[in-house]
Write a protein that binds this ligand. Structure first.
Ligand code: TYM
Length: 335
């Protein structure tokens, strides 16, 4: 990483499907915007991904594709660290130790565990249950200051802070206590067909509910045209208009215009015109990324180089914290 003095950002994304517009607005876009001010680590969280059954060949491919996408949105592997979680052994090691500093009562409260257990009732495994502990380890290994995520990860950040505080309470200041960075606009992008629930990349039953970052421009336009609105005709940001408000959020996030300004721009427009405007704004944002993705994803040698170098750089930092942690808990020390 470039300058040591800068504060540290850590964030990661699961390779559990093609990332959605929600992933982009809630996380990726902010990673890109924050990278000049911080030293950053961006992880492909493939260890988290196997808490749900995956096809191995697909998972391997999606892992590489996610690295290519990180590059395509403009993350710089020369200045920052882009790496794959399973390439850094320290993650598995620290997760075990932190498991011993996490209460079942805390894990029982995690809403994402409850949601995922309901969705995968035939595979409620221990990894799914201790998922937040693995995530806490990700963040704490790198002494991170800030974690840019969408609103759905807020609870996981809170438990991470609690675990770190508990460990520090016993052994002294081992871990930096990280702060979440949750954007004001776009922290929770909702489904286009079901604006009561968040847009999710791993949803497969209704493709029209989700915009995938790599959807063809016309597919994006059509999905937005089909988005659920309401029987009213007014473009207005309001709790009782979840579909319209979601589209305004999307528009605001991709154009950088405040919600009020976005709503004013479409005042008096019909929903058809409004949706066309939102669709064009999303296409304008994603099309250049898609172009760069094509270039990066076809350059296998470069991708592998980024992954290998990222793993080395991340391991170096992670091992420093891990060594400290092992000493603290009383593992043997060899000269
Ligand atoms: P994941 O892969 O589910 O999502 C990646 C990021 O996208 C955000 N996000 C959204 N933001 C707005 N609207 C949405 N509809 C939406 N859907 C997803 C998520 O909040 C997240 O920031 N557990 C994490 C991955 C992870 C991680 C970490 C994150 C592993 N270790 C350490 C931060 C720090 C996850 O499943 O993200």
């Amino acid at each position: 990483m470039s300058e040591e003095k800068k504060k540290i950002i850590y964030s990661a994304m699961q390779p559990s499907g093609v990332p959605s517009l929600g992933n982009y607005i809630g996380a990726l876009k902010n990673w890109k915007n924050l990278q000049d001010e911080y030293n950053c680590l961006f992880g492909v969280a493939n260890m988290h991904a196997i808490t749900v059954r995956q096809n191995p060949a697909e998972l391997r491919q999606r892992t590489k594709d996610l690295v290519a996408l990180f590059l395509a949105i403009g993350l710089d592997p020369e200045k920052h660290i882009i790496y794959v979680q399973s390439d850094v052994k320290a993650h598995a090691e620290i997760a075990w130790i932190l498991n011993c500093f996490t209460y079942m009562g805390e894990l029982n409260r995690m809403t994402q565990f409850k949601d995922k257990s309901a969705k995968h009732a035939d595979n409620i495994n221990a990894g799914l249950y201790t998922y937040p502990v693995l995530m806490a380890g990700d963040i704490l290994l790198y002494q991170s200051d800030l974690v840019p995520v969408g609103a759905d990860q807020k609870q996981h950040l809170e438990i991470c802070r609690d675990i770190a505080g508990r460990f520090n309470g016993v052994y002294g200041d081992v871990f930096k206590i990280p702060d979440p960075y949750i954007p004001k606009v776009g922290a929770r992008i909702m489904g286009l067909q079901n604006p009561e629930r968040k847009m999710s990349k791993s949803e497969s039953d209704n493709v029209n509910n989700v915009i995938y970052i790599l959807d063809e421009p016309n597919v994006i336009r059509n999905k937005i045209k089909r988005a659920v609105t309401d029987s009213d005709t007014e473009v207005r940001y309001s709790e009782d208009k979840p579909g319209v408000s979601n589209l305004l959020n999307i528009y605001s996030a991709v154009t950088g215009k405040p919600i009020d300004e976005a709503a004013a721009e479409f005042k008096g427009c019909g929903y058809g015109e409004f949706k066309t405007g939102v669709g064009e704004a999303v296409v304008a944002e994603l099309e250049p990324i898609q172009q760069r993705f094509k270039e990066y994803s076809s350059d296998k040698a470069y991708l592998e180089k980024v992954m290998k170098e990222g793993a080395e750089k991340a391991s170096y930092i992670a091992n420093k914290t891990l060594t400290k942690v092992k000493k603290k808990v009383g593992y043997p020390i060899y000269k």
